[in-house]
Design a protein around this ligand. Structure first.
Ligand code: FES
Length: 59
């Protein structure tokens, strides 16, 4: 599903970035441009990043 409509970023994109070593939301923003326009996706994107880290056993 699309998490960031402004920049066409999906939950799969965020999970892949987490698995590729993106550890902070700031880094995720730099990599995918998520939450750089209207910002409405920020909370959802953060939650998906945290979930991906939890599932991968990354703190
Ligand atoms: S939906 Fe992500 S910046 Fe607008």
């Amino acid at each position: 599903m699309y998490v960031c409509v402004c920049n066409a970023v999906t939950d799969r994109d965020i999970k892949k970035a987490a698995n590729d070593g993106v550890s902070t939301f700031q880094h995720l923003r730099q990599e995918l441009n998520v939450a750089t326009c209207c910002g409405r996706c920020e909370t959802c994107a953060k939650n998906i990043l945290e979930d991906a880290h939890a599932k991968a056993g990354i703190a």
